[in-house]
Design a protein around this ligand. Structure first.
Ligand SMILES: [Zn+2]
Length: 300
């Protein structure tokens, strides 16, 4: 049975979220107390999810500390938006969403932006083993890194650095692709002892000898080096990202690019999950609220 068929009312959604976040036993977000004995407060005779902590006496609901806190949009609408956005390979447009759940387009855009904010990886587990790394350029009109030193036009492309192991990828908007920037990313994200596979871009050179560095000579039309290493995974991700940005969003303002990189990296990393599994995992860790002001909103 389709998961969403079980979520037909506000109560269904609240109970579902309580199960995902608390596994059945309410947790006070103020003092951390976990208990079945928290008081269930009723409003006009009915209980609709408001608890009072038995220890610190403060009130809470399951949405405190989540992306839903303080929202005037019903959980039913949020859940629909999240489910559809995560399940469709290409997401959903704010215009379509506004029709589906009967909100304004501006509200729909905001819902989607808040979902995107929560597509970021929250646990910073270091990349390990054989790690592919590469940079690409998005938007603008110049031809990328080889022309970077010739002055910056307004149509400058934005550099993005990607790191990939197996099914997991992270894509970061960076100010430049200098040695300093790339090495900072490597030392921050990749575990010593790993093998880093890149192309021949010299900014990768000179790494600490705690890392093994393998290069693939793309300018010699080499796709797999003599030791069998390649960067096909990260290059596959770039084409996925670029096709996606072109197809759906037409033009992405640089200030929103990181948000879209997170979205595409998330889709890539979770692509083998079932829709229901992805939805539950998303709900279990969606804690970023990102308000209007955080987004520096401009409606696209
Ligand atoms: Zn408490």
């Amino acid at each position: 049975m389709h998961l969403m068929e079980n979520l037909r009312s506000e109560d269904d959604c609240r109970l579902f979220l309580e199960n995902v976040r608390w596994q059945g036993t309410p947790v006070c977000p103020h003092c951390g107390s976990i208990s079945d004995k928290h008081h269930r407060l009723k409003t006009q005779g009915t209980f609709n999810g408001l608890y009072k902590c038995k220890d610190c006496r403060k009130r809470f609901t399951v949405t405190v500390g989540t992306m839903f806190e303080g929202s005037h949009i019903t959980l039913l609408k949020w859940f629909y938006a999240i489910y559809v956005f995560l399940s469709h390979k290409k997401g959903i447009s704010s215009t379509q969403l506004s029709k589906d759940i009967n909100v304004t387009q501006k509200t729909a855009w905001f819902i989607l932006a808040r979902i995107r904010c929560n597509m970021k990886e929250c646990e910073r587990v270091l990349f390990d083993g054989i790690v592919q790394m590469d940079e690409t350029y998005v938007g603008g009109k110049n031809k990328g890194r080889f022309k970077n030193n010739l002055g910056r036009s307004i149509k400058q492309k934005t550099p993005v650095v990607g790191v990939l192991t197996g099914d997991r990828v992270i894509a970061m908007v960076v100010p430049d692709t200098t040695r300093r920037t790339l090495h900072t990313i490597i030392y921050g994200l990749i575990k010593p002892g790993s093998t880093i596979v890149t192309d021949e871009w010299p900014a990768y050179n000179g790494l600490s000898n705690e890392y093994v560095h393998e290069t693939v000579e793309h300018n010699l039309r080499q796709y797999v080096n003599n030791a069998g290493f390649h960067t096909n995974g990260i290059e596959g991700f770039w084409s996925h990202l670029k096709r996606g940005l072109k197809g759906i969003y037409h033009f992405v303002k640089p200030k929103y690019l990181q948000m879209y990189c997170n979205e595409f990296a998330y889709r890539y990393t979770t692509r083998k999950m079932h829709d229901a599994e992805r939805f539950i995992q998303f709900l279990s860790r969606s804690t970023v609220r990102c308000r209007y002001s955080d987004l520096q909103l401009n409606i696209m």
